[in-house]
Design a binder for this molecule. Structure first.
Ligand code: BG6
Length: 468
């Protein structure tokens, strides 16, 4: 399998305005702005490039730049001071409330004056870095102020980037989707699930379909179970109010976790194009066996770390889960009776994302395990057995390991948000979630959420390694 995307395509050239709605939020400073700065310092952004931040806080232009400089999540010395300074020079600010039509009119004027200054119609990207409940209102305002209308589909395009979770449940997701469909063409909409842009997640596809020895055994006759883990050492500090309105299942279960499952379980796509890959991922998500009230208690565990209720922004009697485990099944012949365990938690002993595929062993308990390490220490390992030297045929486990960082490939590892931004620029939607994937994952998750209160909420101490 070989696929090349031409990221040199004129995106480095055409003037672009990148609008971040919700620029003072955690996501902008943690992921988005560092990625933009990295692209800037690698000279991968157009020469004429402006970022316009929009949020409700009052800042002068100088205060705004200082705020960004202080908040941007970069390591000391990671970027040249000169690059940081010039990058900040590309930033403008527009103050406004998300529900104030006048503020959007001002934003439209600001964008128009940038275009006027450049003497041409720029490309425009709108990034919604806001909680899902604000999406619809913002989209309507963008359209009412005419900002959704591109100069053309080609040069001078307008695109919209929407962060997960897309809606709060299937009903909200459908509503947002309907509105988006009215305001934009599908090619203009980029629904972000940044896990899809992680190199090691893409590597699952490459690994599976390029190494012919694995595909024949990728099925229930040989695979016993699949365990997908996304653990975070951090608690929810700094994002209490946002997180409390979501919980682990909405925050990462409905999106990152299910996308990892889809990549492991999907059939070989007809071709390695955005449409075919997204079709196969969606096919898996649509085939998930629903978890209904009767099966809920056997299949799902939800828990909350001790101390969560004292986090700033969290309701004192909150029942929001910070850990969830789901035993999922997929209604596809090759996955019949194979459990996929999805497990995610905050305030765990370490941060890691990995996928273990356990192979059946007809002769005993010793199982081969294939592990995709998503992060950190990105790579792949296989547990296998060798004879213990000496008499008899006793065996012991050993590991075959591949670590990106041990090889020159690590030089080319791209950061997830850098990749997403570049792909949005060139209009490649492969690493973005399609409507049918999002709807299918909400179809699966919404009944669980509807019956949430039937399930006991346990607690766990911070820093725990595993939860029973
Ligand atoms: C985000 C979630 O989408 O993904 C966070 O909102 C989570 O709660 C994060 O911590 C994990 O992403 P990464 O790239 O840090 O593993």
């Amino acid at each position: 399998m070989h696929q090349t995307i031409d990221t040199t395509n004129n995106f480095a050239l055409h003037p672009t305005v990148f609008v971040i709605l919700g620029i003072t939020g955690d996501l902008a400073s943690r992921k988005l702005l560092p990625a933009l700065l990295a692209l800037y310092s690698k000279k991968l952004l157009p020469q004429r490039f402006v970022i316009i931040g929009f949020s409700r806080r009052q800042f002068s232009r100088e205060e705004f730049r200082e705020f960004i400089r202080e908040r941007i999540n970069i390591l000391p010395g990671q970027f040249k001071e000169e690059d940081i300074k010039h990058f900040l020079d590309h930033m403008l600010y527009e103050q406004g409330l998300f529900d104030d039509a006048v503020a959007y009119a001002r934003l439209a004027q600001k964008i128009a004056s940038v275009d006027k200054n450049w003497g041409q119609c720029s490309n425009k990207l709108f990034h919604l870095s806001v909680p899902p409940k604000l999406c619809e209102g913002i989209l309507s305002h963008i359209s009412q102020s005419g900002l959704n209308v591109p100069c053309s589909d080609d040069i001078g395009w307008t695109r919209i980037l929407i962060e997960k979770p897309f809606g709060n449940d299937i009903h909200a997701a459908r509503q947002i989707d309907k509105l988006l469909g009215k305001l934009f063409k599908e090619e203009q909409i980029f629904r972000i699930d940044h896990y899809l842009a992680k190199e090691t997640l893409q590597n699952i596809v490459s690994f599976r379909f390029s190494n012919s020895m694995f595909e024949p055994i990728w099925q229930n006759e040989f695979i016993d179970k699949v365990h997908i883990k996304l653990f975070q050492k951090n608690s929810v500090e700094g994002r209490g109010a946002f997180y409390d309105s979501l919980g682990a299942l909405r925050d990462v279960g409905q999106n990152h976790m299910l996308q990892m499952l889809a990549l492991i379980a999907m059939n070989r796509p007809k071709s390695f194009t955005a449409t075919d890959i997204r079709t196969e991922r969606a096919r898996v998500l649509k085939s998930l066996v629903p978890i209904v009230r009767r099966t809920l208690a056997n299949r799902v565990v939800r828990s909350q770390y001790v101390g969560y209720l004292n986090e700033v922004g969290v309701k004192p009697d909150s029942k929001t889960e910070t850990f969830v485990r789901i035993e999922s099944y997929i209604n596809m012949p090759r996955w019949k009776k194979v459990p996929f365990y999805l497990e995610t938690g905050k305030a765990m002993s370490e941060s890691k994302a990995e996928i273990d595929i356990y192979f059946k062993n007809k002769d005993g308990n010793e199982q081969n395990i294939l592990t995709f390490r998503i992060q950190p220490n990105e790579g792949i390992k296989i547990r296998f057995f060798v004879k213990t030297p000496g008499k008899g045929f006793a065996v012991e486990p050993r590991t075959l390991k591949f670590k990106y960082s041990d090889t020159s490939l690590s030089e080319y590892m791209s950061n997830d948000y850098e990749r997403l931004i570049r792909d949005a620029f060139v209009g490649d939607q492969t690493l973005f979630a399609s409507t049918s994937e999002i709807m299918a994952s909400w179809e699966y998750v919404t009944p669980i959420l509807d019956n949430w209160d039937d399930l006991p909420l346990t607690t766990y101490p911070k820093g725990i390694k595993e939860i029973e």
